[in-house]
Design a protein around this ligand. Structure first.
Ligand code: SF4
Ligand code: SF4
Ligand code: SF4
Length: 322
């Protein structure tokens, strides 16, 4: 059997997804035996001109991690799509914008002020240094995800994807047995299904953050007041965070039939908040519990705000200037 031609690409990414590919231990040797890696900027130094010279559809599969933050990310996503039979959104940044999608809560000017300070230090798209012209890719007004730019064939969720699902993808690749396009390499059920903690769906009377209280290791974290995203999150990682006494932050994205992970979780939490007592006077007590949340977007939309139903800061969407 001819060796598969594969590529691995990072756009706006942290490098964690590239490292996750090596988490499968010796299975990586099977991949190397079964495939030629044509593109992997993290590990080699290919030039974009090499990529442009491949025929359309010549690369069998590309694992694309990272979000689309700059014009370069967008251009490369389009070029890679042309050259590739199957394109995989690998990791939550490619799938849904990921944690860096939270930057859409701020304007480009606010981001640049925070990172670079005074405007005189801001990077310019075109500049000259020592007689050389330098052109930087445009920083796009909003970050977006891969499927917003090109068609995506498979999704491997997670930040980074856990070794179980990476291994599943590699097995399919090595066996030449990729599933039908549209497949998400993870469980179709929610994380609670694979969590060993006892869940009673008790009323939540206080909101706790992990550093504030030592959780009971046997009981559901949500029952104890920790915002564990398990009910609204796709399984596949074997509930590794709750197993380590940490609430799930939702990196695997929404379950199969859910459009908006944060809204689904808010719905769950809304039904659990309360003192367990009936009556109008309980509203104040419920408001007091809700007031304990200090970062609603960061809690419920940590990985999917860029693709959520609100997508970006509400007051900007509705300002007359737009
Ligand atoms: S999904 Fe997570 S690990 Fe992968 S590039 Fe994004 S932030 Fe990094
Ligand atoms: S700890 Fe989290 S994942 Fe486990 S049952 Fe409770 S809500 Fe679900
Ligand atoms: S438990 Fe949640 S946050 Fe942790 S790896 Fe699994 S899906 Fe991601």
């Amino acid at each position: 059997m001819a060796k598969a031609k594969i590529g691995i690409y990072w756009a706006a990414a942290c490098g964690g997804c590239d490292c996750a590919l090596l988490e499968v231990d010796e299975q990586i040797l099977d991949v190397v035996a079964a495939a030629d890696i044509l593109l992997w900027p993290c590990a080699a130094d290919p030039k974009y001109k090499d990529l442009r010279e491949y025929k359309n559809g010549e690369i069998d599969i590309v694992l694309f991690n990272g979000a689309i933050r700059t014009e370069e990310n967008r251009e490369l996503a389009r070029l890679i799509r042309e050259k590739t039979k199957y394109l995989v959104a690998f990791g939550s940044c490619a799938q849904s914008g990921g944690v860096i999608g939270l930057a859409n809560q701020s304007s480009k000017e606010e981001i640049f002020s925070t990172v670079f300070g005074d405007t005189k230090h801001w990077p310019q798209q075109n500049s000259v240094a020592d007689g050389y012209e330098l052109e930087l890719p445009e920083f796009l007004p909003k970050l977006t995800h891969l499927a917003d730019v090109v068609e995506v064939d498979y999704v491997v969720p997670g930040c980074p994807p856990p070794k179980e699902v990476v291994s599943e993808l590699f097995t399919a690749l090595v066996d030449g047995n990729l599933p039908q396009t549209g497949t998400v390499f993870a469980s179709s059920k929610n994380l609670c299904e694979e969590c060993s903690r006892e869940r009673e769906q008790k009323k939540i009377t206080q909101i706790l953050r992990p550093h504030e209280h030592e959780p009971d290791p046997e009981k559901c974290l949500l029952d104890q007041g920790f915002m564990c995203m398990g009910p609204a999150t796709r399984g596949g990682c074997l509930a590794v965070c709750p197993a380590a006494n940490m609430p799930c932050t939702g990196c695997a994205g929404p379950t199969a039939n859910v459009r908006d992970q944060g809204a689904a979780m808010l719905n769950t939490v809304a039904s659990l908040i309360g003192t367990g007592e009936e009556g109008e006077d309980q509203l104040e007590a419920e408001d007091a519990i809700l007031a304990q949340f200090d970062d609603i977007v960061g809690t419920f939309y940590r990985f999917g705000s860029a693709t959520s139903i609100f997508k970006e800061r509400y007051h900007e969407q509705n300002s007359p200037a737009r």
